[in-house]
Write a protein that binds this ligand. Structure first.
Ligand code: BG6
Length: 519
């Protein structure tokens, strides 16, 4: 039987595989979008890649009337439609789908959990033990109720040192809408489970290239030596999306880009880029460093918000030759909405390493194309040797970590143009993931589900981490107050955001680096 205490570190990865960890995954919200688009396709791919435990079962829990068979059929269609391969192998499906079950029940009905407990215990499936992952693919407003009911039905209990079996709770974003609501959710969850049993998802941490930020930094001496205010002038993080809010207008009206993207994905990328090296690669040590980093971000006073934060909202325009409506015209969006679809922030990290180095973060919807990059801009060389030649195209070194798409790392430096004159030109060294490793692009959810089954919390957000990030976002929101968007905060769909975002960098004599379009 698997011992949880032995399963809390990255060192459990053996030959690229986790220790065999038989378990049952119960998905609450089994008829929802996340389940059909992400969770089941991820589990299926893990299975076909031989990465699932030798014994597992997946139980979908939702209100609609369905049988095991009808749910399996729907999931199969989902894999064909949404998965990264969009293909189902008939034999593998046969074997995989035999582990899928559907349990009809209402999340608010105690009887349904009793029924679930009986079903889990009565099944003659080989995964006949109490190792349980509860995946809450439901609205956060239901988290409290679900864990209460699970505990009452005897399915969830706080892990004790001698327990043979374990239970874990996986929760999705949005994890709250401000610090207060996040604290409430945390209190609801820890009523019946220890922090180490709670796995808060940020799917960006499941992305290969995001994970590679840490490996790149800490395994390459030449870069780590330069990774501080001594050599780095500023850092830019861009996550641009070519999609609008689509059918999610209702959600977006409540969230806005600051909560939807900045609170989680961008601050997570920032933590990995800027944190100190942890003493060891263990979940708690890594997360300690991330929290320390977030806590070192200079507090955003209302004056700082006015100067250093830009928000924006798209109006009608064209993206990739396609006409897009303005945000205010989207379905379920208030026609006078002031919700932001774009945010750019300038942050300072007040610690020894980063003192005085600005970090510029921006993200938005309906930008010209989707691309995510970290751009590290190094300081220029002293203007001595080439000072007399004002026509030289000398640019400071820059390192780009391209997170998606076309994952790559490139370094820009100056090269001499061959010939008799002293002419230089910026040139680049490229490392492309595809060229080096082939097209291996597992979905973020594959990795995250694997880690949750193995009990490794490295790629999940700890309580203090999520709360610290909310504090930053709350300070920004407080600075905005109820002020409506002004004219210069609007941008046409298909452009790189409002002019105010350009001004933010121009004030420091910098320019946003435009990511390369997808190949
Ligand atoms: C989600 C946000 O968390 O991330 C979406 O809610 C956004 O608004 C998505 O589109 C972006 O994720 P990815 O993996 O497509 O970059």
């Amino acid at each position: 039987m698997v011992d949880l205490s032995k399963l809390n570190s990255m060192s459990d990865i053996q030959d690229g595989h986790k220790l065999d960890n038989p378990c049952t995954i119960v998905i609450f919200g089994a008829s929802g979008d996340l389940t059909i688009r992400k969770l089941i396709p991820a589990l299926y791919h893990l299975y076909t890649d031989g990465q699932m435990p030798s014994s597992f079962r997946v139980v979908g829990f939702a209100r609609r009337e369905k049988t095991d068979e009808s749910w399996r059929d729907e999931m199969r269609v989902g894999i064909e439609k949404y998965s990264r391969t969009r293909r189902v192998d008939a034999n593998k499906w046969q074997a995989f789908s035999g582990n899928l079950y559907y349990h009809r029940g209402d999340l608010t009905d105690f009887g349904a959990y009793g029924g679930l407990a009986k079903r889990l215990a009565a099944s003659d499936h080989a995964a006949q033990f109490g190792n349980l992952v509860f995946y809450l693919a439901v609205s956060p407003s239901l988290y409290g109720e679900v864990v209460d009911q699970l505990q009452a039905a005897g399915l969830l209990k706080r892990y004790e040192q001698n327990d043979v079996n374990w239970q874990r709770v996986v929760v999705e974003k949005p994890f709250g809408r401000d610090l207060q609501s996040a604290q409430l959710l945390n209190n609801q969850l820890i009523k019946h489970a220890l922090e180490r049993q709670i796995f808060r998802i940020d799917h960006y941490l499941g992305k290969e290239t995001v994970q590679n930020i840490m490996m790149f930094r800490f395994s390459n001496a030449i870069f780590e030596q330069l990774w501080s205010r001594e050599a780095i002038e500023h850092v830019q993080i861009t996550v641009s999306e070519d999609i609008g809010v689509g059918s999610r207008g209702g959600y977006f009206e409540e969230a806005g880009t600051l909560r939807d993207m900045m609170q989680n994905h961008l601050l997570q990328i920032l933590s990995l880029v800027a944190m100190e090296p942890p003493p060891v690669l263990e979940a708690e040590d890594i997360r300690n460093e991330k929290v320390k980093l977030l806590k070192s971000i200079r507090k955003m006073t209302p004056e700082a918000v006015a100067k250093h934060v830009v928000r924006g909202q798209y109006f009608a325009g064209t993206v990739n030759g396609e006409n897009r409506e303005g945000y205010r015209q989207e379905e379920r969006v208030n026609s006078k909405s002031n919700v932001e679809t774009f945010v750019a922030v300038k942050l300072f990290i007040d610690n020894w390493r980063w003192s005085g180095v600005p970090f510029y973060l921006r993200t938005g919807k309906n930008l010209p194309y989707s691309a995510s990059e970290v751009r590290v801009q190094f300081r220029p060389t002293p203007n001595v040797l080439f000072a007399a030649q004002d026509d030289l195209d000398l640019q400071a070194n820059a390192l780009t970590l391209r997170l998606q798409p076309d994952e790559r790392i490139s370094l820009r430096f100056n090269g001499k143009v061959p010939g008799n004159s002293i002419e230089t030109r910026p040139v680049r060294m490229h490392f492309g993931y595809d060229a080096e490793f082939g097209a291996y692009t597992p979905e973020a959810y594959e990795r995250l589900l694997l880690e949750a089954m193995a009990g490794d919390a490295t790629l999940f957000i700890r309580r203090d981490e999520v709360e610290t990030a909310w504090q930053i976002v709350d300070d920004i929101r407080a600075g905005w107050g109820e002020t409506p968007l002004s004219n210069h905060e609007f941008y046409a769909a298909g452009t790189w955001g409002p002019v105010a975002a350009e001004d933010l960098l121009a004030a420091d004599n910098h320019l946003w680096h435009i990511p390369a379009p997808a190949k």
